[in-house]
Every structure is written in C-alpha cells, then in structure tokens.
Write a protein that binds this ligand. Sequence first.
Ligand code: SAM
Length: 283
Amino acid sequence: MDADSSASKTALMVCAYRARASRWDKPLFIDPWAEALAGSDGHDIAKRLDARFPPMEMWLALRVAYLDHLVDLAVDRLSIRQVVILGAGYDTRAARLPRAGVRFFEVDHPATQASKRERLAKLDGYPVDAARYVSCNFEREDPIDRLAANHFDLREPALVIWEGVVPYLTEAAVRATASRLATGLDPRSLVAFDFVGKRLAEGHSLSDKDKQTRDYVGELGEPIRYGTDDVLPLLVDCGFRWVRSLDFNELALEMLGDYKRDRQFRFQHLALAAARTPVAGWP
Ligand SMILES: C[S@@+](CC[C@H](N)C(=O)[O-])C[C@H]1O[C@@H](n2cnc3c(N)ncnc32)[C@H](O)[C@@H]1O
C-alpha cells in the first residue's frame, strides 16, 4: 500500500472469513469480534471472492488456527512475552489470546490502523488497551525503529506474526522488513509469515480461477506484488539462520485429519524463521 492509500479492503475481507469460520460446527478457532468488525462491507467483499476462489475460507481458517497455536507455543515453550502482529488489519489476537505478562503490539499501515481503531471504538466490550498500536508503512519505514519508539523491549525476544501481508509488498519492502526482523530483534525471537508462489505473484500460467483471484485483489486496490518458490535463500540473505516451511495441505491433514486435492492449495505457504534455532527439536 502506498503512503496515501485508503484502509485495506483485503483486511476487511479476511476478517469476514474469520467470522464465517468461527461459525463452523467444529471451528478451529472462534473470533467473537470478527462479525461486527467486518460489517456488511467486509462480508460483501468476501462473497465476491467466493466464486473466484472457493477454498479461501478453509485456507484462512487453517492459517489463523496455526498462528493462534504458535502464540501458545511461543509463550509456553520459548518463554516469549512480546507478540508483534505486523500488518495487523482487523486481527483480534490481543483480545482473544491474552496471557499473563504478555504484551501485544499491532503494527500496520496508518490508514488501515486508523480505520480499525474507529471500528473497535464502536464495539461494546472490546479491550482496546490489549494491544499497543504502532503505525508503519513497510515500503518506507523501519518496523524495529517504530516498535522501539513505542515501548517495545529490544532486549527481550518476540513472536512476530506477519500474516497475509508479504504478497502485497514490493520485494524491496519484504527484504528490508525481513532484514530488520532478523538483525534488529533479540536473536531468541521467532518470525512467522505466509507467502504465495511466484506464478501467482507474476500472473504467469495460472488457472482461470487463480487468475480471477489475483485480478480481484488487484481491483480492490491491493495488487499482489511479491511471491517466491524459494524462500530460504531470501531469508538467509536477510540474516535468518533457522527456517521451516509449511504446506497448507500438511496443515489441513494435521488439523482436519484428511487430504483433499480439490482444496486447491497450490500457491500458499507458511514460513517460520529465526536468527538461531529456537530450542532443540522445535517445532
Ligand atoms: C490481507 S490484510 C491482512 C490483515 C491481517 N494480518 C489478517 O490476517 O487479518 C493485509 C494487511 O497488510 C497491510 N499492509 C499492506 N501494505 C502495507 C504497507 N506498505 N505497510 C504496512 N502495512 C501494509 C494492510 O494495511 C493490511 O492490514
């Protein structure tokens, strides 16, 4: 997003999918705030994507559930007490996953953050003070400097969740941000992010549905700009020395107990990265 962009529409869209996934018979997570936060505008944007990309709700649900689980793992197994949500959109983890002594920081483009705070203020009972709000445009600002200016403790480790953001950034911003996370955070920190493959990012040899999906987010004003089929070299270049890549079919197998080819998880990936091995044998 550029400096003068309006609030992210894709953030409202994924918020609507979180609301829908929260209503499953056997939900992988429950976000009690998503329905009201997404509003009818968020649901309309999501409905228009459904025809183009039916697996979106399932993909989102797996991603959210895995990253929620990672918060618990980081707190319980890595003794982490700072959780940073980069490009937070309408994320509600600070309210949904409070843990004693754990501080949440939500970092986002100023336009999206302002819109979120307006929507939160209208919600009855939402604990707005559960997170500290830090504005940052990743295309031109340094998230570590912005965090440090907002009471983040650089001497303590953090879990950084960078969910649904990397595809929308230029490669330069992805590299600059990842480099700062690798070198500016305490080395016990862990970074988790999702990304898409190169074909989707570049628009080459796509199925009709994948092309329509790519075009749709572009029409929302948030074109997909970056994707890779080879994330390890990028992360090593940026300074990370421990990397794990995860596949959504494997996550579905673990969380839902089956494999279905027609879920169409062709271009989505998750990565974990740290400046050194978090703990032996983990995760
Ligand atoms: C698809 S939304 C994901 C929101 C949230 N992480 C989630 O999963 O619900 C994309 C997010 O990336 C943020 N974003 C996009 N470009 C950005 C930039 N240049 N600087 C900061 N944030 C950016 C948007 O503001 C938005 O919150």
